[in-house]
Unconditional design. Structure first.
Length: 368
């Protein structure tokens, strides 16, 4: 039997510095008998040398199309658009199972090449929970961006471009410095606090020095009474981290903000959930996704009232590429170790079944 292997491809999406395999998880796979090929990639947060030092074999950037077809290719984001057939097995986020734009042409490439897609978004444990997700660091980074915006806004300014941080410690110390040394005195409310993103947001607020009593943590029980909630207007930063599944009463509205007038405390809303264009968005006070270049969108307020802004960036973990990759990859590792048994290991057989279903739909849609 051939030695089990993975081929870590480079990421071609702009600003994407994260990696599906890190030097840490590559070493664990190598120790378990795997061979790991790593494409050289200057964009990745981890240096090529870090992979080489743990025993990975470095290969040329973007050389996976000529890799032997029995080696599974692992990456994070979508492959660059192309019509080229895909003969390999790919493990990645492909964003083509929910009828997203271009979904059937992506799957048609697998049909033509005979390859298989295991979509990372749909690798789930026996209870249906995703085995690996980036939520924690989305919440962590979102809360940090919220604190930065609050600090600047207090001085009458507007938050400028955000750049990925080298590591978590650098982010925490930058946020503390911008808040004058500590976040003590700032008050925040996190809704969805028991989830992945919510736990990350709470963790950031603790690390920048908010008092525990000033980190208000809400989940299903607290919102059951139905919004809108005055409590949101009575904190400095509100971070929404819920997983929205249906229409629920609004959490906060424009009328409510206007009615609170000059006494409003709320200055920044971070919508980590980012259900921006979803008709059920419980925060109907903004309508665009913001970006690292323009992180905030102002909420128009009446003259004399304090300023207010919303952060609605939909790729927040990119701000913390090292830790986000380490956590995601560590969570994925048990499934990767089981990959040689993918014909019988449930996490992989389920993912392949879903792929076959979607492939069938694409074949029909594309008249193949
Ligand atoms: N902006 C980004 O970069 C980014 C990155 C990752 C995830 N997300 C998004 O963040 C959201 C949350 O993801 P997650 O992985 O943390 O989900 P999760 O399932 O781990 O957590 C969601 C939490 O929300 C709670 N919740 C759901 N409805 C609620 C309500 N009405 N009131 C109060 N609490 C409620 C749940 O009980 C749960 O604790 C998802 O929409 C996800 O797509 C955004």
């Amino acid at each position: 039997m051939a030695q089990p292997s993975f081929w870590l491809r480079c990421e071609k999406k702009e600003f994407e510095r994260r990696a599906a395999l890190t030097p840490t998880t590559s070493k664990q796979l190598i120790d378990a008998g795997f061979k790991i090929y790593v494409e050289r990639d200057e964009q990745r947060i981890f240096d090529d040398a870090e992979y080489e030092a743990v025993g990975c074999e470095l290969v040329e950037n973007n050389s996976w199309p000529s890799a032997p077809t029995h080696i599974p290719i692992i990456g994070l984001k979508e492959l660059p658009a192309s019509d080229a057939p895909l003969p390999h097995t790919h493990i990645q986020f492909a964003h083509c199972y929910k009828q997203q734009a271009g979904w059937s042409s992506v799957l048609a490439r697998f049909h033509r090449g005979g390859g298989t897609l295991y979509d990372l978004e749909f690798l789930a444990d026996a209870s249906g929970r995703r085995v690996a997700a980036f939520g924690f660091h989305a919440g962590f980074a979102g809360a940090a961006a919220g604190a930065l915006a609050h600090a600047v806004q207090k001085k009458g300014g507007k938050l400028g471009k955000l750049e990925p941080y080298e590591n978590e410690a650098a982010m925490v110390s930058d946020v503390k410095a911008k808040l004058g040394g500590s976040g003590k005195g700032v008050k925040a409310l996190v809704i969805g606090a028991l989830g992945r993103c919510g736990r990350g947001a709470v963790d950031l607020f603790r690390k920048i020095g908010l008092d525990e009593d000033d980190i208000v943590k809400w989940d299903m029980d607290e919102t059951a009474k139905g919004g809108p909630f005055q409590e949101i207007l009575d904190v400095d930063i509100f971070v929404n981290c819920i997983y929205l599944t249906s229409r629920i009463p609004f959490f906060v509205t424009k009328d409510q903000i206007d009615a609170d007038g000059a006494s409003r405390r709320l200055s920044v809303v971070v919508d980590v959930s980012c259900d921006t264009t979803n008709p059920n968005n419980p925060i109907p006070i903004y309508s665009i996704n913001t970006t690292f270049s323009e992180p905030t969108v102002p909420v128009p307020v009446e003259k004399g009232n304090p300023p207010m802004s919303v952060i609605s960036i939909d790729h927040l973990p990119t701000l913390l590429p090292r830790e986000a990759s380490e956590q995601f990859s560590a969570d994925l590792l048990p499934s990767l170790l089981a990959f040689p048994d993918r014909q019988s290991a449930r996490v992989w057989t389920d993912a392949e079944k879903l792929f076959r279903e979607k492939l069938g739909e694409a074949v029909k849609a594309e008249n193949l």
